[in-house]
Design a protein around this ligand. Structure first.
Ligand code: ZN
Length: 355
């Protein structure tokens, strides 16, 4: 099959939100850069909306061991229209409305061949290790395209891929959350947490959502949380202890890290599971080993998801059983301001940028 966008064509330029050096939001530039070209097995997507994640802030700030080609284009969550495909890709994709699954497995390691999550050094995240979607166009493997319904808006769709797969794998696969169990979800205004509240509710669990303001508590209740806790006003682990009759919860979903780790450990029941997918307040936390062994607690890590998990949760979102939460939509050229807002944690749900 012929490439629709050969190298012989004059190089085109596009607008993108880029940084040339790591640092704060002031490093971001809305600049003209070369439009990417779909290689074999890849598709070129005209970006209609791209959602921000905390990951974008980490990548911009610089992650130890992560070496990027500069300038870097962040953005792991994209919704758009397939503009062109490279060799070996079905032309029927062109013109279709899609999201991109940002989990880029190597496709070759023992885990990938077994249909599991890629766990080798070849695992990449779209927008983290390779250029992402904070641009007018983005290139991704065609295997990572996922068609979306015509009646689903691009901004809503862009809010979905990373957070829903992360919440799904963490709660359902890794922590094995079951109907009737109690789960505590921290930082309910976060993208993964707002997905997790809905997933836990759908799974038949009883949901405690901890967050920082009365407005966020109301939003968490609207999403299906059974009870909320304002962790600025009370010690959330004592509150869980009190409200569960000194039993604790079966599962805690963590991404805060040192600021909440000890409390999360104390909030667990005997045999409880703490599942973490992030460390927003730092990489190192102290674990009370007496609590760990005496209460027979499991500490579980989770990141992104397998393709099968991705498809399972996307099916629930795009059949409208789970709802993407968009805080606001802003122009891509205001991406630095959007990243400042996300860094301050003032949003509830996703910040979406439109090129
Ligand atoms: Zn692999």
């Amino acid at each position: 099959m012929q490439s629709r966008r050969g190298k012989q064509e004059r190089e085109k330029t596009m607008h993108a939100l880029v940084f040339y050096e790591h640092g704060g939001p002031e490093q971001l530039r809305y600049a003209g850069v070369p439009e990417p070209v779909a290689g074999p097995g890849e598709a070129l997507v005209q970006v209609k909306a791209a959602a921000l994640n905390h990951l974008d802030l980490w990548v911009r700030q610089g992650i130890p061991g992560l070496r990027l080609a500069m300038p870097h284009i962040g953005g792991s969550d994209v919704a758009g229209v397939v503009a062109a495909v490279g060799e070996d890709v079905d032309e029927a994709w062109v013109g279709r409305r899609v999201i991109i699954n940002p989990s880029l497995g190597c496709g070759r390691c023992e885990y990938c061949r077994a249909g599991q999550q890629c766990l080798c050094a070849g695992f990449h995240v779209f927008g983290e290790h390779v250029p992402g979607g904070l641009a007018e166009y983005a290139v991704a493997p065609a295997a990572n395209l996922y068609a979306i319904p015509d009646d689903f808006g691009f901004a809503e769709a862009a809010a979905v891929p990373l957070v829903y797969q992360t919440a799904w794998r963490a709660l359902m696969t890794q922590a094995r959350l079951r109907a009737g169990e109690r789960v505590l979800i921290l930082g309910a205004g976060g993208g993964v947490a707002s997905a997790a509240i809905q997933i836990a509710r759908l799974a038949g669990a009883y949901v405690y959502a901890a967050t920082s303001t009365p407005a966020k508590e109301r939003r968490a209740l609207e999403l299906g949380a059974d009870e909320t806790i304002n962790y600025r006003e009370v010690d959330f682990s004592k509150e869980i202890w009190r409200r569960t009759g000194k039993r604790g919860v079966d599962v805690v979903l963590e991404n805060v890290g040192p600021a909440t780790w000890a409390g999360s450990m104390r909030a667990l029941c005997r045999g409880g599971r703490l599942v973490t997918f992030g460390a927003t307040t730092g990489r190192f936390a102290e674990t009370d080993l007496n609590l760990l062994f005496w209460n027979q607690v499991s500490l579980i890590g989770s990141t992104m998801a397998t393709y099968a998990e991705f498809e399972a949760v996307m099916g629930l979102v795009f059949s409208r059983r789970l709802r993407p939460i968009v805080d606001r939509v802003m122009p891509l050229r205001d991406g630095a301001e959007a990243q400042r807002l996300l860094g301050a944690g003032e949003q509830f749900g996703k910040l979406v940028l439109e090129p």
